[in-house]
Ligand binder design. Structure first.
Ligand SMILES: [Zn+2]
Length: 453
């Protein structure tokens, strides 16, 4: 294959959804982007989401000039890992993950070296994410990637926790933001203070789900003055989520053998893989990538089914079946109907490369795991974290995990009830409500634009 030269995006170009490139010769930059499909590299303009070359779907990934893992001990929250975040800025108010080992949990699991990376609110452990899930980490990372002088409206589609994270971080930093969220996700939007008016919430009612939110967000993002948060395609989101792995390895001193996490889109799993890859390249924390043990909530398990059938293509689930299954799962955040499974650098590739596996837990197993965790650790956890914990319990009992293996469990959200007890939280209200018919209309786009004029 022809080796492509180092290329860059012209800095005077307006923010583009697809990178434009021109040749230049430069020394190794702090951060550049590499396409997982064609291996081409280019400079980050703070917005680019896709490779400019036409080819099969592929993720872009960051590459950092600095290969040695050196947390910035003076920086706040997630910015402790700023050397491996694409955004050049640091913002104040950000939190971080907390990693700990629990004797009681190890006893329950029958393991010796299982650790928890906890994302949420848990003052005794020093966990204080603004919204109690690891989506907080990606929100701060995305905002730090947006150039300071930019005044467009950031568009975010969400099933709940991403909306909360972006609404809060954008409100604190006065970044104009449109949140498109399913009605069922609205209870996630509770905050210690009212949101700044720069944040507008559109809720989807009726027979709609997360995928409808994504589609509407894609349409709005095409309008002048709006730009997409980009979901899993945004390198800042994945590198923000990847700081959970960095935090864990900084605490444990070693890359784990197994990594357990529940996934909807799989962004967190891909992020954990990418962060572990950098740590392997550093060389001081182990030579092997962790085996990714990713999980979904039965009956909605498209990635699990695709992986178990050993195929690269995502299984076909009809829209109606998908919607019905999603309405039955306890962990609503795990409800992406079009996850980045087949694309280059996506979930299929990372499971293959790490000799990982897909696992599943039903609502009853998740509920049991949730209660067990809460009784043992004395902190409440979200259903998604409970799904991951349920699959770890099963894998430790029947899955052949070595007793002394270094195991990392990502509790992706926790301390929600604890936060409500400690702080008086105010529910944010949607500015606009749209049903499944209204979201298809062109005049709906005009109404959304009108919210910001
Ligand atoms: Zn490419």
């Amino acid at each position: 294959m022809e080796r492509l030269g180092r290329e860059r995006i012209s800095s005077e170009a307006s923010p583009s959804k697809v990178a434009r490139s021109s040749k230049s010769t430069r020394s190794l930059p702090r951060c550049e982007l590499r396409c997982r499909g064609c291996d081409r590299t280019f400079e980050d303009d703070g917005f680019v989401l896709e490779c400019p070359t036409q080819h099969e779907p592929a993720l872009l990934a960051t590459e950092y000039g600095d290969k040695r893992f050196e947390p910035d001990t003076r920086a706040e929250g997630v910015f402790r890992y700023r050397q491996w975040l694409p955004g050049p800025r640091t913002l104040s108010g950000a939190g971080s993950s907390v990693t700990y080992r629990s004797e009681k949990l190890n006893r329950i699991l029958g393991l010796l070296n299982a650790w928890v990376v906890f994302n949420g609110y848990w003052p005794e452990k020093g966990a204080a994410l603004e919204t109690p899930t690891f989506k907080d980490l990606e929100a701060w990372s995305v905002l730090s990637r947006i150039p300071e002088q930019h005044d467009g409206v950031l568009v975010i589609a969400s099933a709940g926790s991403t909306a909360a994270a972006f609404a809060r971080a954008c409100s604190l930093n006065k970044v104009p933001c449109l949140i498109i969220i399913t009605e069922i996700g609205l209870p996630n939007l509770r905050f210690p203070d009212p949101l700044d008016p720069c944040v507008k919430i559109v809720s989807l009612t009726g027979f709609t789900d997360y995928s409808d939110a994504i589609e509407l967000a894609n349409r709005v993002s095409q309008i002048d003055g709006f730009f997409a948060g980009g979901g899993v395609k945004n390198v800042a989101r994945r590198d923000g989520l990847g700081t959970t792995m960095l935090n864990a390895v900084e605490t444990m001193g070693q890359i784990p053998h197994y990594y357990f996490q529940a996934i909807g889109s799989g962004a967190g799993g891909i992020a954990a893989y990418e962060a572990a890859r950098r740590l392997v390249d550093d060389g001081r924390f182990g030579e092997e990538l962790p085996r990714l043990m990713l999980s979904q909530n039965l009956p909605f398990v498209p990635i699990y089914m695709s992986w178990k059938s050993r195929r690269r293509e995502l299984v076909e689930i009809s829209d109606d079946d998908g919607r019905r299954q999603i309405q039955q799962i306890a962990a609503q955040v795990l409800s992406n109907r079009r996850p980045p499974y087949a694309c280059k650098g996506g979930v299929f590739d990372i499971l293959t490369e790490t000799r990982g596996d897909m696992l599943a837990a039903d609502n009853l197993e998740a509920l049991h795991a949730k209660r067990l965790f809460e009784e043992t650790e004395e902190i409440d956890i979200d259903p998604a974290g409970a799904v991951a914990f349920a699959t770890l319990i099963k894998a430790a009992r029947y899955g052949g995990i070595e007793r002394d293996a270094l195991v990392l469990l990502n509790i992706t959200g926790g301390g929600r009830h604890r936060q409500q007890l400690d702080k008086k939280l105010i529910a944010a209200r949607p500015t606009l409500k749209l049903n499944e018919k209204e979201i298809l209309l062109d005049e709906t786009l005009e109404r959304i634009v009108g919210l910001f004029s």
